[in-house]
Design a binder for this molecule. Structure first.
Ligand SMILES: *[C@@H]1O[C@H](CO)[C@@H](O)[C@H](O)[C@H]1NC(C)=O
Ligand SMILES: *[C@@H]1O[C@H](CO)[C@@H](O)[C@H](O)[C@H]1NC(C)=O
Ligand SMILES: *[C@@H]1O[C@H](CO)[C@@H](O)[C@H](O)[C@H]1NC(C)=O
Ligand SMILES: *[C@@H]1O[C@H](CO)[C@@H](O)[C@H](O)[C@H]1NC(C)=O
Length: 623
């Protein structure tokens, strides 16, 4: 087979299209393996799909998988007829240029990519000759994030047909000790129970999922086309009440800080709730339900405030009130009567919320401002930059702002940026039957502050990821990675200074030093964790900057992505395909883009076809 005239370009990840929609009956996925190795909370997953063309003629064979949004693809290859076609990560512009050139030679393909609640799709296809086989192999990496007291490794299995040799293997190695392992998700049902095995030792755990062909058709979310669902491996590690776990290797370190048994800090929380006309119906109903649940959850020592807004601002009470049962009862009665109407004055609403918290400074407590909105600012100040700078001035770094964007009519970039500018995070709430659970789930993440003003200090450390955190919540974890100057562990002194309920605390190395060179982590792993975290933080930082500073951070993110072969918003993977194939463009879908129903795609030599998108969204080719 002649090699490589045409390229497939995976922009970020995702997407591709072929000259014809493949008919899946013509080919046989005879083996499908997912192998995930987790060490120090860093998961490396390899999906291997082996497919045979059983027909007398050549066929377009598709590889279509979904991977966690948070992950970076780091490898992709195809093996066809003894030849290996390896993906190469390139700068996006470079890949784009290659694509444009291919297009000018009459080869073009669709630009589709989609992003769901927790997963992104990856789809490509290749022409395989009669009676030949192809192997697809995709590797992705992600640092698991602790929420609600656990890590969750989500594995999505949808091979598109029942597969004779189907396997999911998960191996977890945590030096701190694994406190529990569980298996959840749509595939963890009765019908498949005996296909799952789970083994746990002190530092290691294994989960295997080997369903038979028959089982692949009978599970809840499965059918004729085989498995379609998630296997979610849930675990946590053992914790002490000190400095936490610090691993070092090859001049790099990673620090996981989540001290156990700290007392909760009382909080002052203000909820700023959008009740503009667009919230009417289910969204308002879900918001009311979530609010009532959240109010039930406040501790008596907490103080709270409720503001609803449309083009008018309504304070339930002018000042923060204590969460006594009497006050909570009145607040719940109020919450149940919130009705949607009017336009959206985000600026005044958030400023009023900040004002309430500023008017109520309490020693040794943690203040939190939560905005819930489903739309763009349409009333009062509507200029996004002005709102951001007003809000930043009002909050002045004193407490975090969390912005929850409800549905897809919000300008999520605006909300995300405003949160990041104020030490918080932006979160999308998907318009779905479980929206109230998403809201309460988010609230629970920040419900129990344990520390404020957390400063992570590393004498003898350099190239550190973020080291200052305004609050640390129960069930979460602070992760810092960096390099050790001259790889000298003797002079490397980690320390954490923070404010707890009992005042200022210092966490430092004890005699039973937690800093251990780890012979057990595979070589280069900590370095990859560092690179992963650094790239993620550069991408966030780029959101907040402008001009030359932004370009500098983007450039740094790009260089690291190229060096470690991560497919990020600034890089693309170029896969060389056998001759005669169309060019496909794949790029990482961006959160916040709208879906559109049907779009035109060019496929192959100037033909056009319509592809209905499912819940996915269409991305424009450029950023
Ligand atoms: C999974 O991948 C790891 C790391 O590459 C390898 O050591 C292990 O043998 C693989 N497991 C299976 C069941 O293939
Ligand atoms: C494939 O070719 C063989 C030999 O030419 C023929 O007997 C058979 O019917 C063909 N099969 C299909 C599915 O076309
Ligand atoms: C933190 O969460 C754990 C369970 O994840 C719970 O046992 C503990 O009591 C919580 N701490 C506080 C202060 O609420
Ligand atoms: C982190 O916090 C410390 C102490 O609060 C402060 O001195 C330092 O400048 C902060 N660093 C950054 C990068 O914000």
């Amino acid at each position: 087979m002649e090699r490589a005239v045409v390229q497939v370009i995976l922009f970020g990840l995702l997407l591709a299209f072929a000259a014809a929609l493949p008919n899946k009956d013509d080919w046989d996925i005879y083996s499908f393996h997912i192998n995930s190795t987790v060490a120090s909370r860093y998961a490396t997953t390899v999906i291997t799909s082996r497919v045979a063309n059983r027909m007398n003629e050549s066929k377009e064979i598709e590889f279509h998988v979904q991977i966690p949004k948070n992950a970076f693809i780091s490898k992709f290859k195809m093996l066809i007829d003894g030849e290996v076609y390896d993906g190469v990560v390139k700068a996006k512009e470079q890949a784009q240029q290659q694509y444009t050139e291919a297009v000018s030679h009459g080869q073009s393909a669709g630009i589709v990519s989609s992003v769901g609640r927790t997963l992104e799709e990856f789809k490509t296809s290749v022409n395989v000759a009669a009676h030949k086989k192809v192997t697809f192999e995709l590797t992705y990496e992600e640092l698991m994030k602790r929420t609600h007291g656990k890590y969750e490794l989500q594995i999505h299995a949808r091979p598109m047909q029942p597969v004779k040799d189907f396997k999911v293997d998960v191996y977890i190695h945590e030096k701190a000790g694994i406190s529990f392992v569980d298996v959840k998700g749509g595939l963890s049902t009765k019908a498949l129970a005996n296909a799952i095995t789970k083994t746990k030792a002190d530092e290691q755990a294994w989960v295997h999922f080997y369903p038979t062909v028959d089982q692949q058709k009978v599970c809840d979310s499965c059918g004729e086309h085989g498995l379609n669902g998630d296997l979610i491996v849930v675990y946590d590690v053992s914790r002490d009440s000190g400095l936490g776990e610090i691993k070092t290797s090859d001049g790099y370190f990673i620090h996981h800080f989540a001290p156990a048994s700290l007392p909760r800090i009382s909080k002052n929380v203000v909820f700023v709730i959008d009740r503009s006309g667009s919230m009417q119906g289910t969204k308002m109903e879900q918001t009311r339900r979530a609010l009532v649940h959240i109010l039930n959850d406040l501790a008596e020592e907490d103080f709270f405030g409720l503001i609803t807004f449309d083009d008018q601002i309504f304070h339930w009470k002018k000042e923060l009130v204590q969460a006594t049962s009497g006050n909570l009862q009145k607040a719940k009665t109020f919450a149940e009567t919130i009705e949607a109407r009017g336009a959206t004055d985000i600026n005044t609403a958030v400023l009023k919320g900040a004002e309430m918290l500023n008017a109520h400074p309490r020693e040794d407590s943690a203040s939190i401002l939560i905005l819930l909105t489903d739309g763009d600012p349409t009333s009062g100040e509507t200029n996004i930059e002005s709102i951001q700078s007003n809000v930043r001035r009002a909050i002045a770094g004193k407490f975090p702002l969390y912005c929850l964007g409800f549905g897809f009519d919000v300008n999520f970039n605006f909300l995300e940026k405003m949160s990041l500018q104020n030490n918080g995070v932006g979160r999308r709430i998907y318009e779905d039957s479980d929206a109230d659970l998403q809201l309460t789930g988010f609230y629970e993440e920040v419900a129990t502050p344990l520390l404020t003003d957390v400063t992570m200090i590393y004498l003898g450390g350099t190239n550190l990821t973020q080291t200052n955190f305004s609050q640390y919540y129960n069930g979460s974890e602070i992760v810092v990675a960096g390099q050790i100057t001259d790889n000298n562990i003797e002079t490397f002194i980690p320390q954490v200074v923070a404010v707890s309920r009992n005042g200022k605390m210092t966490f430092s190395k004890t005699k039973t030093s937690t800093v251990t060179p780890t012979g057990t982590v595979s070589e280069g792993l900590l370095q990859r964790v560092w690179a992963y975290l650094t790239v993620k933080q550069f991408l966030e930082k780029a959101l907040l900057l402008s001009g030359a500073e932004k370009e500098k951070v983007k450039k740094e993110a790009l260089e690291l992505s190229l060096k470690y072969s991560f497919v990020t918003p600034h890089t693309s993977m170029v896969v060389t395909k056998p001759q005669g194939e169309n060019t496909d463009v794949l790029h990482k879908p961006k959160e916040g883009e709208r879906s559109s129903q049907d779009q035109q795609y060019h496929i192959g030599h100037g033909q056009t076809m319509k592809i209905p998108t499912r819940s996915g969204r269409i991305n424009k080719y450029d950023e």
